[in-house]
Write a protein of this length. Sequence first.
Length: 586
Amino acid sequence: MIKFLLLAALVLSCGEDEARREAPAPDYTKAPSADYAVGRGRKEAPAVRFVDITAAAGIDFVHENGARGDKWMPETMGSGCALFDHDGDGDLDLLLVNCRGWHGAAAAGKLYRNDGGGTFADITAAAGLDFSVYGMGATIADYDGDGDPDIYLTVLGPNLLLRNDGGRYSDVAAVAGVAGATWRDDAGNDSPEWSTGAAWADIDGDGWLDLLATNYVRWSPETDIYTSLDGKEKSYATPQQYPGSTPRLYRNEGDGTFAEITAAAGLSLPGGKSMGVAMTDFEGDGLIDLVVTNDTQPNFLLRNLGGGRFEERGLAAGIGYDETGRARAGMGVDIASVDNDGVLSIAIGNFSREALSLYRQAGAEVFVDAAGKARLVQETLRPLTFGLRFFDYDLDGRQDLVLANGHIEPEINSVQKEIDYAQPPQLFWNAGGGQLLDASEKTGGLFVEPLVARGLAVGDIDGDGDLDLVLTTNGGPAYLLRNEGPTGYAVALDLTGKAPNLDAVGAVVKATVGGATQVQMVRTGSSYLSHSPLALTFGLGDAEGIDRLEIRWPDGAEEVLEDVVAGARYDIAQGRGIVRQQAFAR
């Protein structure tokens, strides 16, 4: 029998003991497939299959971008998606964000409930989400501490804060004070800011989740600028032609309302043309730092100084420009320790003819571009990358990387012969030693099919322990891709923090397996306009468990678990240890 050993200071409640007695022990019989050779010396990516189960799962969705020939800039952006447990039944549900047409045509997003048996049901209307806005992205968290997930929807227009009340959502953004600001053009017209990426995080340490909403450019139908690729026909404009817009930081007051503290926090950054946001703790000081990507402007690294104040250090840290001193078109973003050495790397998706950025930490506040060493430059030079996410797709204990690609201009091939509008997604396998090798062709399926992809989320939709994918496309369908292995062993963790941060956003977990240590944070944000679940998955390769699991909770408290068996999902509550365990589905 596997025994869980806690620190002497950890006292288990009677309720937790009872829950553990009732929980079945993991059915630890599923070994890695015979053709899955794990080990530090492996040099070739396993042929893991991702199977398109969209239709079979009952997902019937087509994104509307409003394009009718006007070639207005927002039509290029696509929209995001979110994987989260809407109803608390343990299965991941799916939110797909949509846009309405410019001339009154309705196009609602969709919420699909996972029935746990491989199919999804459209519950959009029942959940109160059958409205139509020009939606961009979503970030999910329990901002009011009542135990259920709430949705913040970024919009070209007033943003929505969709409070979850018993499985039905209502927009409280205006009352809460997070609908966003407006700007005025030269003709005196007022227009709402165009919000894109967003993230929930407790930035001041008071336990309540605060909200950062990033904004793109100041565009409106009245200020639309005519541009052309060939001098004959109108093409989609790029952000150089428009003024930028500052991110907005909202402090959670704990009573259902928020106070905008952008200026007081040092985040008045009007030059921003932001697309994505990722959170981490670069210095290990317990304060949440943020990376914000900007399109044709230097990226931001927002160092948390404590007390709700930040310092923008993107240029000083070396992530503002590329190695030639040029700002790239930053899209999606994610942060991970690529080598399991505690050193963090920032991955940023860029425009065609701009390679993917991979900035590796060379000090607490200094980064160097490691894309060349990682062998990412040539493979990512042609694609235009929006969504991206680190995840361990083969569960060998290393973070791999997936990219959602697609150009913004349908006619790009007429002027740039080597660039296509639709571009295949890409999957990069972490071979160790800082190298990420393109495994797209070996994986096959959708990874060799041209798409105009935008949003990307990662999560275990079928409860079998490995990580599946959701991809959205601009003006096209969404795709649900099931990971069918072969993969190694895994452990999944759902953390519950102390109220009001019940989601434990900001908790840092270290998992030591055979002398190697993986580090992950419970976080929102990352990718592009999309939300991945807050659960943490640790791939173990052929190891039968985690030797030592260290948790630093958001309030700084620490707990340790030892000898955590593979093959199961664990619910861990702060101060009470493991309160539930469930074997992965077979």
